[in-house]
Design a binder for this molecule. Structure first.
Ligand SMILES: [Zn+2]
Length: 254
């Protein structure tokens, strides 16, 4: 039952995150959005604005002019509830302070993921509040990452950032990390603490390198690193305990 409620809430929130993804980069207000087609400006009817379902029924096109609706509308409306349900499951199906903490991180994370992917920027408007929220949670009782670990996490994230930027530049010959990434790593540090930050930076660097090598990404083009950091952080949040357990089990065998 809880899962159904989380799914519905997630889909509705995801719908709002899509507004953020479309509007924050062009500095438009996300409050009281008038849902209209970006191509023909026709106001979207409320029954065409149902998360997930409408995209499928309209086959990803505007019902008036037939312009393609960006796939992120569908992905975010689907990913938000799925990630929140996975988070709920990883928290032993309990609504706790830690659940809310990571629900906030997942929300910001999804928005940052797509904005960085499309525009190669991580707006301060998103990353700086996320740093602050991470630290606020670290001072609350019954939290999973205390303020010490959050502080060291943010600091070690900064140091790792410099090393990774250097290593990335050496191996790929391009600057993969920008000023936006450093604020994102600080936020990840504040949320996940030392171990989580180390895991995230190492994991995301590895995935980014593999993707770069496989995709034969044009070396002259800019490469957004933020999405990889988000993926690394999400893997740690949703599966960190399981991964550590697996590692320890392997360690015991050999
Ligand atoms: Zn249209």
């Amino acid at each position: 039952m809880f899962y159904l409620i989380i799914f519905i809430f997630g889909a509705v929130f995801g719908s709002f995150f899509n507004v953020c993804i479309s509007r924050i980069p062009i500095k438009k207000s996300v409050v009281f959005p008038d849902s209209s087609c970006p191509t023909c400006k026709t106001k979207i009817k409320s029954y065409h604005n149902i998360p997930i379902i409408s995209y499928i029924l309209l086959k990803g096109k505007c019902s008036y002019c037939g312009a393609k609706i960006n796939i992120h509308y569908f992905l975010v409306e689907l990913l938000t509830p799925i990630l929140l349900m996975l988070l709920f499951a990883s928290q032993n199906s309990e609504i706790s302070l830690v659940f809310f903490k990571y629900a906030i991180f997942i929300s910001f994370g999804l928005i940052i993921f797509f904005i960085d992917l499309y525009h190669h920027i991580i707006p301060d408007k998103l990353s700086l509040p996320l740093v602050a929220i991470g630290f606020i949670f670290s001072f609350l009782p019954n939290t999973d990452v205390g303020w010490m670990s959050a502080g060291i996490g943010a600091l070690s994230g900064f140091i790792l950032f410099l090393f990774t930027a250097f290593f990335f530049h050496k191996t790929t010959g391009k600057d993969g990390l920008g000023g936006g990434d450093i604020k994102l790593i600080a936020a990840i540090g504040a949320f996940l603490g030392v171990e989580g930050t180390l895991f995230t930076v190492l994991f995301s660097s590895l995935v980014a390198l593999v993707v770069l090598l496989i995709s034969k990404h044009d070396r002259k083009r800019q490469f957004p690193f933020g999405p990889f950091l988000i993926i690394g952080a999400l893997v740690y949040i949703l599966a960190g305990n399981t991964l550590v357990e697996l590692y320890l089990r392997l360690y015991n065998i050999y």
